[in-house]
Design a binder for this molecule. Structure first.
Ligand SMILES: *[C@@H]1O[C@H](CO)[C@@H](O)[C@H](O)[C@H]1NC(C)=O
Length: 146
């Protein structure tokens, strides 16, 4: 049996490309926040003592966590998106786009310096549930040959 990639898979690949650009955006934000806060390399986070008197260092920590947490979840996201899209390209692309919008809300919220505001992006979980479902369904259909 062959695995035939439908033409609509281009939507999935578009979301995949957008996710890469979003990572670049987050990475650049970390660099900018590092510069503003004056946190030297190779320090991963701002120092606790200095942080008390400098809000910019706290903002650097938040920006760093946005990038790290998104990277921690990225393999899960991309794996589910690319597999789920094989049989359900449109649903998976929409699910993936919702997830990316959620990550955008998470980043914007977190970077206010109030970590609880990262919940601004909590709706993105619906996108993740969607591609979890399309992945299960795609594997089932591919195994059974439709
Ligand atoms: C930044 O994070 C580090 C590591 O978790 C912590 O030790 C430090 O106190 C934090 N600084 C600020 C300003 O929140």
């Amino acid at each position: 049996m062959e695995i035939v990639v439908p033409r609509e898979y281009v939507y999935v690949l578009g979301v995949c490309a957008a996710s890469a650009l979003q990572l670049v955006w987050m990475s650049a934000a970390v660099g900018a926040a590092r510069h503003r806060a004056g946190v030297p390399y190779p320090n991963l986070f701002a120092d606790a003592k200095e942080a008390e008197k400098d809000e910019k260092k706290h903002l650097f920590n938040c920006t760093q966590r946005v990038h790290q947490n998104t990277l921690e979840n990225f393999p899960i996201f991309s794996t589910l998106l690319l597999i789920g899209g094989l049989e359900h390209p449109k649903a998976s692309a929409i699910g993936g786009a919702v997830y990316l919008l959620g990550r955008f809300g998470y980043a914007i919220g977190y970077r206010t310096g109030k970590p609880e505001k990262r919940m601004l992006g909590v709706f993105g979980a619906a996108g993740l549930v969607t591609i979890l479902y399309t992945t299960g369904s795609s594997l089932y259909q591919l195994y059974h040959g439709h």
